[in-house]
Design a protein around this ligand. Structure first.
Ligand code: NCD
Length: 308
């Protein structure tokens, strides 16, 4: 039985197969409409989320399966003091697969070690968010036709942003990737990441101004300042509007640069950018459903070749 804790749990070849399946789902939704009939997905969300949880639920419903779960810790037995290990053993009796989000780093891993059903990490603290990374990679591969030879700018909260940490982790396995980290001094990417890049000889730059670097980017990954992970509100208020991507900045970019954002957006992308053909963040949401469908099918070991 397999779980998904980290994007690196899948080899590059396995990811290719997953993305091929997601692209087939995109083209032939009807073929998959009953693939998970009789199966249940449990969404165990100890931290607020709209899109990730609904994306998982929508993915399972599109496959003909059903969904149970809770959407905040207060409405689960965690509020009575139940451990994640006990919760997952109980959930294993109710469902066939579980997507878990938790504010504590490593909690889904603890759950996986005790689980008799596949567990998907749907975000653990500031650590990893593998299904967002699968979404990001599928979006890039589908819209650009490749996952190598890019200069990618990651902008905003690179310290607390788990989507950023997961995406960097996943992209280092592809050839010709150069990272440009764009953040204020206080929100720089953690040292363990830059140490890993140095060790692997992968080029990166750390800059503060978005404007200076715009012309060289093939991809721009914008992120929200992660208010909930700050120790004091004053720091958040000072940093929250540090970057605002607007029309004027988009004029500095390549004509085919692609803008991604895991969402939710706060102020970091002005709404005037939404109509720019280079803005891919709403398409990204749609790809998130396809890739989660492909992931559920893969972890449940569904024989997709027999579907018609
Ligand atoms: C991200 C997350 O939860 O880390 N959102 C998401 O999954 N769509 C990004 C964020 O909350 O800023």
């Amino acid at each position: 039985m397999r779980h998904l804790m980290n994007p690196l749990d899948f080899s590059v070849e396995e990811l290719d197969r997953l993305f091929d399946l997601a692209n087939d789902i995109e083209k032939n939704m009807g073929k998959y409409a009953h693939a998970c009939e009789g199966k249940k997905l449990a969404t165990c969300f100890y931290e607020p989320s709209t899109r990730t949880r609904l994306s998982f639920e929508s993915a399972m419903l599109n496959l003909g399966g059903s969904v149970i779960g809770f959407s905040d810790a207060n409405s689960s037995s965690a509020s009575k003091g139940e451990s994640v290990s006990d919760t997952i053993r109980v959930i294993s009796c109710f469902a066939d697969i579980c997507a878990m989000r938790h504010p504590k780093e490593g909690a889904p891993m603890v759950a996986a070690s005790r689980s008799s059903i596949p567990v998907i990490n749907a975000g653990d603290g500031g650590h990893q968010h593998p299904t967002q990374t699968l979404t990001d990679l599928l979006t890039i591969r589908s819209l650009k036709g490749r996952l190598n030879n890019f200069t990618i700018g990651l902008c905003g909260d690179l310290k607390f942003g788990r989507t950023v940490h997961s995406l960097i982790n996943a992209l280092v396995r592809y050839e010709g990737i150069k990272f440009i980290f764009i953040s204020p001094e206080e929100l720089k990417v953690p040292d363990y990441i830059t140490d890993m890049l140095k060790e692997k000889n992968i080029p990166y730059e750390e800059v503060i101004r978005l404007e200076d670097t715009m012309p060289e980017l093939d991809l721009l990954y914008m992120t929200r300042v992660q208010r909930e992970r700050f120790f004091n509100e004053e720091d958040y208020v000072r940093l929250k509007d540090f970057y605002i991507l607007d029309k004027a900045k988009m004029e500095l970019a390549k004509p085919d640069m692609m803008v991604l954002h895991p969402l939710p957006r706060v102020n970091e992308i002005s709404v005037e950018v939404d109509d720019d053909p280079r803005a891919a963040y709403f398409k990204q949401v749609q790809y998130g459903v396809y890739v989660r469908m492909a992931l559920i099918l893969t972890l449940l070991e569904t024989d997709t070749d027999s579907l018609t």
